[in-house]
Every structure is written in structure tokens, then in C-alpha cells.
Ligand binder design. Sequence first.
Ligand code: 0O2
Length: 209
Amino acid sequence: MIPRFDDVEFEKLKKLLHIYEWGLRTLKTKMHIVDEDLKNFQHRDAIDYIASRIKTPQSIAGKLHNLGVPLTTEAASENLFDIAGMRILCPFLDDIHFLVSIIRNMPDINILSEKDYITNPKPSGYRSYHIILEVPVFFNGKAERVKVEVQIRTEAMNFWSTLEHKVRYKYKGDIPKHLSDELAEIAGKIDELDNRMHLIHEIISLINE
Ligand code: 0O2
């Protein structure tokens, strides 16, 4: 049976999700400004695309249920780090760590954790850089901190992970071995492609200099 929030908690959750939305919008504006600054003043195109989403109440309820914690807004904000999610797609490999260092230098952003699946890919072949951070927002006249999960990866890595996510969903996480082997092999090819594209880009940049 699909778990649901009761009516009181659902009303509280709707309010909480507004605050997450403001946090996400604040971070999105910051990243768009970074993008313009890089393009206009540093001649660098490190961001191709920024996408963001707020988790649905159903998905939040499902995740809390799986964690075995009560279906409350308090439990959601304490236990879930990806209620607000942002994905940043980069053209080239070196743009990922470059953007991570920019985010680390933002004075009002508090970084809670980082996972570097670029340097250490998951056994599935998944590559991406994950940062859980806190963004300041004003709510009811006082400053609150909103958690956002940021995933940074190349377009090619995103192509792979979108398909793999669909396969994972289809097989409810239990992907048949022949398919997971195939996906892991393709992930390796995508890594090679990212590295070769990066090299060509480096050569062109050197020639331009
Ligand atoms: P959804 O449906 O996208 O929200 P853990 O592995 O337990 O240490 P955890 O909590 O899974 O850590 O966090 P992690 O590893 O940072 O993963 C967070 C999100 O990254 C996942 O969210 C996925 O969106 C994505 N992700 C992680 N591993 C994979 C993978 O192997 N394949 C794909 N396609 N995506 C991955 P959710 O909540 O699991 O799923």
C-alpha cells in the first residue's frame, strides 16, 4: 500500500515545500549569475543546462516509509536531503570540479557533504558529483537554511544515468545481469568519450591562447 501523509501533516508539508522552492530559486539565481560571469568575463562555458525539481509529497512519503520514520514534515526535513534537487550539466569533464570549487567559495552557502562519483564511480557505472548544501532563505521574518542536493555531471554522463534510472525503475532496482553488464560497459565507453572530448577541447583552448 502506498503510504500517505495525514491531512494535518499534508498542510504542514505544503508550507515546507514552499520554503524549499525558495531555497532552490535562490541557488538557481546564484548559478545563473555564475554562468553569466564565466561567459562574459572569463570566456568559459562551464554550464550547459540547469534543471531543478521539488520532490512530490508521494515520493517524500515513500522515502520516509522506506526509512522507517514517521510520515511528518519534521521527519522529512531531518532525514531527507534531496527534497530540493538541482542538476547542472556541463560540456566537459574539467568543468565539474571547476564548478564544485566555485560553489565551495560561495560565502553564504554551507556545504554539508560531498560525494565524488567522478573520481570514484559507483559499481553500476554511475558518474556524477553530488553536493548537499544549505541555502539561506527568509521566512516569517527570520533566516532559515534550506537543504538542496546538487548533482553536477557532463551531458554524456546524464544521457547514461537517465536511461539507467529508467531501467532501474522498470526492474524495481533488480536489473537483470545482462542489462547491468551492458550498462556498465556503456558507462566505460562514455567515460572514454568524455576524456577524448575533453582532450580536444584542451588542445583548442591552447591554440586559442
Ligand atoms: P531518485 O529516484 O533519483 O530520487 P548511498 O548510495 O546510500 O550512499 P544515497 O542516499 O543513494 O547514498 O545518495 P547518492 O548515492 O548520493 O544518490 C542520490 C541520487 O543520485 C539518487 O537518488 C539518484 O538520483 C542518483 N543516483 C545514485 N546512484 C545512481 C545510479 O547508480 N544510477 C542512477 N541512474 N542514478 C543514481 P535516489 O533517491 O536514489 O533516486
